[in-house]
Design a binder for this molecule. Structure first.
Ligand code: FDA
Length: 510
């Protein structure tokens, strides 16, 4: 049922009379409402309500304690105010702080203050709260022991909460698996406001929250993660190849995609960023330069890598190098919580299961990349542990066996000008890639959320319909979608936690 006109007032009173300090409950008349609302927005597309046809929150709850999260859920249920849970605010469609439903009355439950990281060196684990950024996590891990690491993504401002909820791909997954593959336990506030650990939530729900996408199952307040063991230094290098002249970029790309599924050094990840007429090969090797350079010479001579390209750094400094491209970047750079209100971005994603070959790479550069410097493709190789060791049903992330790489397409623009050209470019390159990428379904990555592949509809019973969810859900989760929906039906049958792409409840067995 819809919220009554006084529902927000009642919700706020409920929060205040529970346990939440008044300065942590903000309404649009509060002086800091806008600054808190935009504090982790990463996309100018969503920075102002006029630039998007979206509904803004009626309230922000800046939780600093698990009890605040419980109160927000209980008061929200009582007064029919839904919650948009926000950890790092990087959602590609801004769903952690805006709604595309005009009749939605909702509050943002902001977890940015719940950001503690507690490393337990004795058993090489850590508890990390969802509001921590990946950079804060890396910093705490690296400072506690340079031999510890975590297989997370390249961008340090991404929130742990959303990252792990969507599975989490990164530069060490060929060796250690997805971020979510390394979650051992979690604390979740469910739709009744109860706190559940792994034992209390049961294995089905624990399975679902490790990759089934954020928002759907409750609020994960913290995660217990397994730390990975790395040598005291690892090796990073960047090599740029261009398409002009000798066509070095195309030859290197054609070789690169054929190496991924070979039993070739899971310790090595080479992701590729394509922009303009350049392919930047960004590499992380969990080991020393000597063995790496010899192997590259033998297996991948097209890259032309030599010992002089190597930077041997602690893992923490290596992550700072990957972020900044600067070998002297201090690890403290990883702690910056910068946001981005200047640039508009739209992204889409694909998975490639068959090498696309030199002709297609040439065409991509000629017809698309070299014609728009504001368009970018990021290729993340799979294989290794993420592809071979963990079955497709072990977690909701289904893009494992046989996947060569994920493709992320992004296009940038500034102000209102340029949006049409940007969209034409993105739609064009996505269409051209269609025949070359996975099909039936055309797979997509939930962490690169794209509302253009489908949005939920609400049925007459007030619940998200399963059929509307299948359109986008089977592209993100393939055969795992149904199991996610069954778990949702069991743990949140009233569909309290929902957004335009949340898992719909299904009241059947799988
Ligand atoms: P945000 O707070 O916006 O939440 C995302 C979604 O999860 C929302 O639906 C939200 O409601 C829900 N949610 C958030 N916290 C929750 C919680 N505690 N409990 C339940 N639900 C919660 N991904 C990747 O896998 N590898 C990568 O290398 C990168 N790199 C990258 C770079 C940049 C610049 C961006 C903008 C994004 C990425 N991503 C990525 C994608 C990123 O992992 C994805 O957008 C995450 O959802 C972001 O998590 P946040 O907590 O920042 O987002």
């Amino acid at each position: 049922s819809a919220a009554s006109p006084s529902a927000i007032d009642d919700f706020v009173s409920c929060l205040l009379s529970a346990n939440i300090p008044a300065d942590q409950v903000l309404t649009p008349t509060s002086t800091s409402f806008i600054s808190v609302l935009t504090s982790s927005v990463q996309n100018a597309r969503f920075a102002t309500s006029s630039s998007s046809n979206a509904t803004s929150p009626a309230c922000i709850v800046a939780a600093s304690d698990v009890a605040h999260v419980q109160s927000a859920v209980r008061c929200g249920r009582r007064h029919v105010i839904r919650l948009r849970v926000r950890s790092g605010g990087h959602d590609y469609e801004g769903l952690s702080y805006r709604s595309l439903r005009s009749d939605d009355v909702f509050a943002v439950l902001d977890l940015a203050r719940l950001r503690a990281v507690r490393v337990r060196a004795g058993d090489a684990t850590a508890w990390v709260e969802s509001g921590a950024t990946l950079g804060e996590l890396y910093y705490s891990i690296g400072k506690s022991n340079p031999g510890f690491a975590f297989p997370g993504g390249a961008c340090p401002t991404v929130g742990v909460g959303g990252y792990l909820s969507g599975g989490g791909i990164g530069l060490m997954m060929r060796k250690f698996g997805l971020g979510a593959d390394n979650v051992l336990d979690a604390m979740l506030v469910n739709a009744d406001g109860d706190v559940l650990d792994r034992g209390r939530m049961g294995e089905d729900l624990f399975w679902a929250i490790r990759g089934g996408g954020g928002e759907s199952f409750g609020v994960v307040v913290s995660w217990r993660i397994k730390l990975s063991m790395v040598p005291s230094t690892v090796t990073v290098f960047n090599i740029a190849k261009t398409v002009s002249g000798d066509g070095a970029a195309v030859a290197a790309l054609a070789k690169w995609e054929n190496l991924i599924l070979q039993p070739f050094m899971p310790e090595l990840t080479i992701r590729v960023v394509l922009q303009g007429n350049t392919a930047l090969f960004q590499s992380l090797y969990i080991g020393g330069c000597g063995r790496l350079a010899a192997s590259m010479d033998a297996y991948f001579p097209e890259l032309g890598m030599s010992r002089s390209d190597c930077n041997e750094l602690t893992w923490l400094r290596a992550m700072a190098f990957i972020t900044t491209g600067n070998i002297t970047a201090p690890p403290e750079d990883m702690l910056r919580r910068t946001n981005n209100l200047g640039t508009s971005v739209k992204s889409k994603s694909d998975y490639v299961r068959r090498a696309i070959g030199a002709t297609a790479w040439t065409s991509l550069f000629t017809n698309w990349l070299s014609r728009n410097n504001n368009g970018i493709l990021i290729l993340e190789p799979h294989g290794g542990v993420v592809g071979a060791v963990v079955p497709d049903y072990a977690t909701p992330y289904p893009h494992r066996a046989g996947v060569l790489y994920n493709v992320q397409y992004g296009v940038f623009w500034w102000g209102d000008d340029g949006v049409n050209a940007a969209r034409r470019w993105l739609d064009g390159v996505y269409e051209e890639m269609g025949p070359l990428v996975s099909s039936d379904p055309r797979e997509a990555f939930v962490n690169y959320r794209d509302l253009e592949i489908g949005e939920n509809e609400i049925g007459e019973d007030g619940l998200t319909t399963y059929e509307s969810g299948r359109r986008w859900g089977e592209r993100y989760f393939m055969g795992n979608f149904r199991r996610l929906a069954v778990v949702k039906g069991r743990v949140d049958p009233g569909d309290y936690f929902r957004n335009e792409q949340s898992i719909p409840p299904l009241f059947q067995s799988y």
